[in-house]
Design a protein around this ligand. Structure first.
Ligand SMILES: NC(=O)c1ccc[n+]([C@@H]2O[C@H](COP(=O)([O-])OP(=O)(O)OC[C@H]3O[C@@H](n4cnc5c(N)ncnc54)[C@H](OP(=O)(O)O)[C@@H]3O)[C@@H](O)[C@H]2O)c1
Length: 351
């Protein structure tokens, strides 16, 4: 009896401390989501452990090329920026606090070693469509060719709120803003790609896409909102976008562009700020990847010659891994792509 009580108390404690959100599940549906989420987290850690030998990227000099990254002032993105600069790629960071971003990057990177490499810190809030348009404009004014776009900025399991444009925050910040940015920078991405070297878009998704469902009838998830479900949806949305965009690109001979979706691994960053794992920071330090390890698959997707011409893939630890079966559904992908264009009032490929 005592054994049973001790065991179930330990089980509850483990559940309590590894919740995706600080909110407790309020009904069976939410409890189910939470249990699946925790199962996925453990699976992600095991996957990172077994695939760690593949998690490698070779950096090489590519002077004159230009990369745009959303976020990048901290977390995994800061290590991505550092690697891009080591490759002598010029970088434009879209960040909410340009001054702070500059301070952080200058602390990490010795620019005296990087002759002629340029870095720009521009204001961007991916959760605000007006800001995305302004950022795209300022990028276009600086460069008429963009070789790499990394859609990295993200939030996870945040409590329910609607952005100024009226969208659920995770859907807006993680997916919708990046969809619009990719559309707006398409002419510059198109200009950079050549028959020998594609330009690239990297959507930083997550293994959480596996649990995602797309609810076009209630995209904000207003009925029974549970934060991790909205994250799962936004991350699946990025994978559907990746696949459908690659399909459309492949139909246009003049478009030398490839698109990838990436899971960076389970990485110790502030992304978990709304999760109860913040109560046990040592647990994350011990078991999660560090940000340098987390950055490798993203940079691999952005520059590796090994995947040249192999767009549309979903990568983790620098290898292709299985994706949510919904991402294989062509009809759903097309419907959701068109649905997103309607939300944004755009035609993705302007005539
Ligand atoms: N960490 C993981 O285990 C993990 C696993 C799977 C996928 N990912 C994905 O990896 C990406 C990077 O996450 P991370 O772990 O590095 O998290 P992080 O340390 O919390 O960094 C998030 C980055 O996104 C930026 N950001 C957030 N909201 C933004 C907004 N509205 N506009 C512009 N920038 C915004 C942040 O900038 P501010 O400083 O302005 O907030 C920061 O640079 C995310 O897309 C995340 O979903 C991470």
């Amino acid at each position: 009896m005592l054994f049973f009580v001790v065991l179930s108390s330990l089980g509850f404690l483990a559940f309590y401390l590894s919740r995706s959100s600080k909110e407790m599940p309020k009904n069976w549906q939410q409890l189910r989501s939470e249990i699946l989420w925790q199962y996925l987290g453990v699976r992600g850690l095991i996957e990172d452990y077994y695939l760690r030998k593949y998690n490698r990227v070779d950096l090489f000099k590519q002077p004159g090329r230009v990369a745009v990254i959303t976020g990048g002032n901290r977390g995994i993105g800061a290590d991505v920026v550092e690697k891009l600069l080591q490759c002598e790629i010029n970088v434009i960071m879209g960040v909410r606090n340009p001054k702070e971003a500059q301070k952080n990057i200058e602390l990490r990177v010795d620019f005296s070693e990087l002759d002629g490499v340029k870095i720009y810190y521009e204001y961007l809030d991916t959760g605000n469509l007006k800001s995305v348009r302004q950022f795209a404009k300022s990028v276009q004014q600086k460069f008429n060719k963009i070789d790499i776009l990394i859609n990295n900025a993200g939030i996870m399991a945040s409590p329910y709120y609607l952005t100024e444009d009226g969208f659920e925050s995770q859907f807006a910040v993680n997916y919708l803003g990046h969809f619009l940015l990719t559309h707006l920078l398409l002419p510059q991405l198109k200009a950079a790609g050549t028959q020998d070297l594609n330009s690239r878009v990297v959507n930083v998704s997550s293994c959480a896409n596996i649990l995602g469902e797309i609810n076009m009838n209630d995209i904000n998830g207003t009925k029974d909102y549970y934060p991790p479900n909205a994250y799962n949806q936004s991350k699946l949305a990025q994978v559907l976008f990746t696949r459908h965009l690659q399909l459309l690109i492949n139909q246009d001979e003049d478009l030398h562009l490839q698109v990838h979706a990436v899971h960076p691994g389970v990485v110790d960053t502030d992304l978990f700020v709304h999760s109860s794992t913040t109560y046990v920071p040592w647990f994350k330090k011990l078991l999660f990847k560090n940000t340098e390890e987390g950055s490798r698959t993203i940079v691999y997707a952005a520059i590796s010659p090994k995947i040249e011409g192999k767009g549309g893939s979903y990568l983790s630890n620098c290898v292709r891994v299985p994706v949510n079966p919904l991402a294989k559904d062509k009809v759903l992908r097309e419907k959701f792509f068109d649905f997103t264009c309607k939300l944004l009032d755009i035609s993705f490929f302007p005539k």
